[in-house]
Design a binder for this molecule. Structure first.
Ligand SMILES: Cc1cc2nc3c(=O)[nH]c(=O)nc-3n(C[C@H](O)[C@H](O)[C@H](O)COP(=O)(O)OP(=O)(O)OC[C@H]3O[C@@H](n4cnc5c(N)ncnc54)[C@H](O)[C@@H]3O)c2cc1C
Length: 483
């Protein structure tokens, strides 16, 4: 295989890149492709993160691919099981032989004359640069910096004599038994780590500036089990997937349209699960449900750890670090042997790659996202970004399905390139992501915009996207095709 010139280059061998490759081999087997992956292993997020208890907080029937069943009884899978699932998919669709590891993409340049891309990479081991050519780029590089997580600089941090750990760089051995551990943060990572460390014998405090919505959900889905016993594997998987998509849409819309009622309902659930631990103020967020990502506690593990007494939550602000803990703005002190900074991700768009057209910089922040998968004025470039209110894979699967149709359309009409263009005179830019989480806010000016109406608007809704990407015609006045 001549890897330096191919039809398609997929950047990233995570869930999106592996999924895109499987879809290609299923739907467009005539296309050549390679996957350039910066790391030495496939799996992306599910190979990088090694903190205790790492798991999905989406159910695996929707987080799994549309074309590969999820067999396990557990709805929320641990990291190693997800990694195994991705490896199996790569083997089943012979994706592995297309992956070139240790290749970090540095820059892309589209040649409008030749209608082709050049991708310049650096080998992360030898530092050797290589130039690849292709007709299409699938940008499956995720959304955050792989080298480091986000950690704000805390006052007097260097004074602390214990260990400071960021969940993105979890040490191979971290003995927490009989240690006092403070987890800074209240997102999904903190909520996952707390019960694990408590079970390992630590006394854990989750220190949050403000509360998050957390809901206990059973890890075994009884309806799923029943459907699996009644129907063949593939049929059952599809039915469970549609059931869960339906539930998620209903839940999201209840939160959107009846925020007060849903707020009460979720807080009541937390109160019941917590026993004597006070729900107020620690579990009463100052935003409405789903304005920020929702946290799940499979089988209520998080609440159980608090009820048992080996974990607790403190809502306060950090004043400074001490030699043996943290001084809070309220004047209270938290003793700590270990501090976990679950303070989030450092968001990076398009794998930090420099994008050019005819050797001139392409300003991503001035472009609009078309159907959630192309950028205006950038030909033959597809992006894979999942939902923020549902499983990532639901959208990345639809993205692959749509691209497959575009590739067939181009071949049928002997076109070499496709480009989205804003033809509306009154399209207003809207921030790309609807969540007001810190890490999204910090990176807002490096991202493209969405528009205020379809197909430039991102509705975060599987049903609308299904219609737009799988049923509507490919031909559209906003798409220009080139011979
Ligand atoms: C801890 C954690 C838990 C999560 N849980 C869920 C969940 O339950 N449900 C959900 O829907 N989402 C979840 N997410 C979001 C999650 O990242 C996505 O669901 C999904 O794994 C994204 O897959 P991806 O392939 O698009 O990106 P990634 O998994 O980030 O993979 C991107 C790949 O691209 C490679 N890459 C990046 N830049 C370059 C470059 N310049 N050159 C070459 N290669 C490059 C990376 O090395 C990586 O292998 C979670 C995220 C985290 C961090």
């Amino acid at each position: 295989m001549n890897t330096n010139h191919t039809d398609i280059i997929i950047i990233g061998a995570g869930l999106s890149g592996i999924g895109a490759a499987c879809h290609l081999s299923r739907k467009n087997p005539d296309k050549n492709y390679v996957i350039l992956e910066a790391r030495a292993e496939l799996g992306g997020t599910w190979s990088l993160f090694q903190y205790p208890g790492i798991r999905s907080d989406s159910d695996m029937y929707t987080f799994g691919y549309s074309f590969k069943t999820w067999e396990d009884q557990k709805s929320f899978a641990d990291g190693p099981s997800i990694l195994k699932y991705l490896n199996e998919a790569a083997d089943e669709y012979k994706v592995r032989e297309h992956i070139i590891y240790n290749q970090r993409a540095l820059s892309y340049n589209f040649d409008t004359e030749k209608k082709s891309w050049t991708v310049t990479t650096v080998n992360t081991v030898t530092e050797e640069e290589t130039v690849y050519r292709c007709q299409f780029i699938f940008s499956c590089s995720g959304y955050y910096n792989y080298n480091k997580g986000y950690t704000p600089e805390f006052k007097d941090q260097s004074r602390f004599e214990g260990e400071i750990v960021h969940p993105q760089k979890w040490p191979e051995k971290l003995d927490v038994a009989n240690k006092k551990v403070v987890i800074i943060g209240s997102g999904a990572t903190a909520v996952t780590i707390l019960p694990e460390l408590a079970a390992e014998g630590a006394q854990v405090v989750m220190l949050q500036r403000s509360p998050t919505y957390i809901a206990a959900l059973p890890n075994k889905d009884k309806i799923a089990a029943r459907l699996k016993s009644l129907f063949p594997k593939k049929v059952a998987y599809r039915l469970i997937r549609y059931k869960n998509i339906f539930y998620a849409i209903v839940f999201f819309n209840l939160c959107k349209f009846f925020p007060e009622a849903m707020k009460k309902f979720i807080i009541k659930g937390a109160k019941k699960a917590l026993g004597n631990f006070p729900v107020d103020p620690h579990f009463i967020p100052n935003y409405n449900p789903w304005e920020q990502r929702f946290c799940i506690a499979p089988n209520g593990d998080f609440f159980r750890a608090i009820r048992k007494g080996n974990a607790s939550v403190v809502t306060d602000h950090i004043d400074c670090f001490l030699t043996n803990g943290i001084l809070l703005k309220s004047g209270e002190t938290l003793a700590a042997d270990i501090i976990i900074t679950a303070t989030g991700l450092d968001l990076v768009a398009f794998g930090g790659v420099k994008i050019q057209v005819d050797e001139k910089p392409f300003d991503v922040s001035k472009s609009f996202v078309y159907k959630g998968l192309m950028l205006s004025d950038l030909p033959n470039f597809f992006i894979f970004v999942g939902y923020t209110n549902a499983s990532w894979t639901l959208k990345s699967d639809l993205t692959s399905e749509y691209i497959s149709r575009v590739l067939k359309y181009l071949d049928k009409h002997h076109y070499k390139a496709v480009q989205a263009k804003v033809v509306e005179t009154n399209l207003k830019p809207v921030p790309l992501l609807n969540l007001n989480s810190g890490y999204i806010y910090r990176a807002a000016n490096t991202l493209p915009s969405q528009g205020n109406k379809a197909p430039w608007r991102i509705y975060q809704n599987y049903v609308l996207d299904y219609k737009m990407l799988r049923l509507n015609a490919v031909k559209d006045k906003r798409l220009t095709f080139f011979k």
